[in-house]
Structures are given as C-alpha cells and as structure tokens.
Design a protein around this ligand. Structure first.
Ligand SMILES: Cc1cc2nc3c(=O)[nH]c(=O)nc-3n(C[C@H](O)[C@H](O)[C@H](O)COP(=O)(O)O)c2cc1C
Length: 329
C-alpha cells in the first residue's frame, strides 16, 4: 500500500518534528487538521503528554506523529509516545532496531531520517517502514551531505524502496511537485512550518529568518549534541564563525567531548540558553522560544534551511499545508 494511504493523510505534506518546544501540539494539531501530518517534537515526558493531548484535540481525529531524537530518547518518553497512540514516529540522529521494533509492535508507522545510501540501508535493515531522505539544504541537525533530490535518486536506485519522503528544500507547491515527480511519497518541511503562527519559535527568531540572506552549516551550537546543523547568522556566528563556518577548532573539539551527555540537551538546553552569550563560545542546542528574552536570538541557534531565503511571510499552519499541497494559487 502507498505510504501516504497507509498513514491516512489527505495531502503528502509532513511537518517536521522540531524538538525542545518549537513544534508543540498547537502546530502539529493544526497541520493534521488541515490534511497534512503534524508532528510533536521531543520534550520532557510530562510536557509531551500535554502536547499530544493538545495535538489530538486540534487534529479532528486525523493522524498525528511524534519525533524522536534517537540518542536522547528515554524509556519514559517512549512509553509516553506509545500511550499517546501516535500514528507515526519519525526518528532522527541514529539507528536503533529495538526502538523501531517496539514502535512497530504497537502499530506505529516508523519513518527513519537518513542522509546517505549507507544510512538508508541501515535504516531499512533496522525495520523502518519508510525513510525521510534529508538533503544538505535542510534546516536543523544534518544527516544530509548532498542535495535532497540527488540523495533521493541514489537511495531509490540502491534500495528500490518506494516509501521515501524528502526533507530539505521544500518551501512551496513547485518544490512538492518536483519531489513527488522524482519519486517521493511525500515531503517533509521544517522551516516553512517554523514560520507559522502556531510554531513556538520566538517572533524575533522568525524575523531573523525572514530577513536572512544566507545560512551556514556549523558545529558552533554543539555542546551536548555535536552534530552538523544549519542556522541563519546571528551575533554568535558573526563572532565565532568568521574564519570557519564550523566554528573555532577548540570549540568543535570541546563539543565532541560532550557526545556522551545524551540526556543533557532536552533537560538543560533551554536552561543553558539563559547563560549563553555572543562573546563566550559555549553553546548548547536550545533555540529561542516564545516567552524567552529577545536578546537570546543572538546567543542561541537559529535553525533554518536554505528555504528561509525564499520564504517571506509567517502564515497560519493550515495555509502552509495548502500552499505546499498546491491548493492555493
Ligand atoms: C528549527 C528546526 C528544528 C529541527 N528540529 C528537528 C528535530 O528535533 N528532529 C528532527 O528529526 N528534525 C529536526 N529538524 C530537521 C527537519 O526534520 C528537516 O530535516 C528539515 O527541517 C528540512 O529542511 P527545511 O527546514 O528546509 O524544510 C529541524 C529543522 C528545523 C528547521
């Protein structure tokens, strides 16, 4: 059966899970109610429960998804996700056959994010129902190493899988059409949905994306999660990424030593943002949320994909779904 039919969504449009409080129940529920697939990003278990309830309330009985950052997912979070009876789980950051099995046994459709053919093979071997093929133009943490549609073609040719979604470079209906024509079952958009009224990104963060004229791939915000990530510039990157977009070698090395602190980011990332400063190169992965002081946009990660350069307005999530699905002119 076609993956989109199996998931039971009207349009082949998926909102990326954005963890730490960016994509909560309000956004996920609005996307699902509009006929796409809304995804609640990873949070502490108590908050997760509240946000799944909020998503269900708004989704009008339509499917919802949970996003799991595999290295950080605890047993309690997994139990919370299973208890919420989400329809789909999107996994990112690593491979875990045991986790995939537990989700699938509970009837959850499991999609694993990959950026290479090797990753795709590992994910399919771990039992995934489908893959999210991420391109290097994507926002947030990067598995992608080449443009999304190039990777899609390679993964399709190497694995023969037809259950492939594309993430990266999806900002409008023409992008969706191109991805579907290239064989994708659906598209996944992060930045487009970050720039909606329902996302909990700070308004000043949204404005920085609207004003951006470039993005950079860096390691600067890697304390606790040393993985490549795409952001738009701010005072911190202007100060520390002048010579090398990755950031100073010593900072990248320090971040790599924190790889073992798997539980650190979700518990403390938002707390860490409070003490971060543009002049002190010690940055965790937390992003500026609604309600935080505005100055944090210059000392935290402003995750965004290349699509930020082509998106010029903050819209309701339902409109973003309609735009991506080609329902608007
Ligand atoms: C602000 C932001 C936060 C993100 N957080 C996550 C996350 O928590 N989990 C995840 O699987 N992907 C995350 N991503 C990556 C998305 O899943 C997706 O690959 C990406 O958004 C696609 O590129 P686009 O932003 O250009 O649409 C994030 C992306 C953005 C922009």
């Amino acid at each position: 059966m076609d993956l989109v039919d199996r998931i039971g969504i009207e349009y082949p449009v998926v909102q990326a899970g954005m963890s730490g409080g960016l994509a909560t129940g309000a956004l996920a529920g609005a996307v699902s109610a509009a006929g796409g697939l809304g995804t609640v990003g990873l949070l502490d278990p108590r908050q997760l429960r509240v946000e799944f309830d909020a998503a269900r309330e708004r989704a009008n009985g339509r499917p919802i998804a949970a996003n799991l950052l595999v290295p950080f997912t605890t047993r309690t979070q997994l139990d919370t996700i299973l208890a919420a009876k989400v329809n789909v789980a999107t996994l990112h950051g690593s491979f875990d056959a045991g986790l995939v099995a537990r989700l699938r046994e509970a009837g959850v459709c499991v999609l694993v994010t990959v950026g290479t053919v090797d990753g795709a093979r590992r994910a399919l071997n771990s039992g995934a129902d489908g893959l999210v093929v991420q391109g290097i133009e994507a926002g947030g943490h990067l598995l992608g190493v080449e443009p999304a549609l190039t990777t899609l073609e390679k993964v399709r040719d190497a694995t023969g899988s037809r259950a492939l979604l594309v993430a990266g470079g999806i900002a409008d209906a023409a992008d969706t059409r191109r991805a579907l024509d290239a064989g994708a079952a659906a598209v996944v958009a992060g930045t487009r949905f970050l720039l909606t009224h329902e996302s909990r990104a700070h308004d000043a963060y949204k404005q920085r994306l609207l004003d951006a004229d470039r993005t950079l791939e860096t390691m600067l915000f890697g304390i606790g999660w040393p993985m490549r990530h795409r952001v738009v510039p701010n005072a911190a990157t202007d100060r520390w990424c002048r010579n090398d977009p990755r950031g100073p070698a010593a900072v990248v090395r320090l971040a790599s030593w924190t790889r073992g602190l798997h539980r650190l980011p979700l518990r403390t990332a938002n707390v860490l943002t409070a003490i971060q400063h543009p002049l002190i190169p010690f940055y965790g992965p937390g992003a500026p949320l609604t309600g935080m002081p505005e100055r944090r946009v210059d000392s935290t990660a402003l995750y965004a994909g290349e699509t930020a350069l082509r998106i010029h307005s903050v819209v309701p999530a339902a409109q973003a779904v309609a735009d991506l699905a080609g329902l608007t002119t």
